[in-house]
Ligand binder design. Structure first.
Ligand SMILES: [Zn+2]
Length: 104
């Protein structure tokens, strides 16, 4: 890939604070930098997801006989790093909310 100044650009992977995804950039010896669209869009999307609280609509499922439950969506599992067997505290502040809290 050639830079707008005519020099050869080198592919450099850039780590961005707060993001697990890495952005791919192209840099020339004169200091011009261009970010690859696809990878930088991924980073931006990831950062946005982390900033805004997740709000996901899910259905309550019947587990067995009269027991109800729901599954943790993959996004929640990943962003909170949840593992099977972990304990949570459940509180019900009002009729519209259930709060799950993990031990510190
Ligand atoms: Zn250049």
């Amino acid at each position: 890939m050639k830079c707008k100044c005519g020099k050869k650009m080198e592919k450099v992977t850039v780590e961005i604070e707060g993001a697990d995804n890495r952005a791919v950039s192209y840099q020339c010896p004169s200091g011009h930098v261009e970010f690859e669209k696809e990878s930088s869009a991924k980073v931006v999307k990831e950062l946005k997801m982390k900033e805004s609280p997740l709000k996901i609509k899910q259905k309550i499922v019947k587990l067995s006989s009269n027991r109800l439950g729901f599954y943790f969506n993959q996004n929640i599992v990943r962003s909170l790093n949840l593992k099977a067997g972990e304990e949570v505290y459940i509180s019900v502040p009002d009729k519209k909310r259930i709060i799950l809290k993990f031990e510190d």
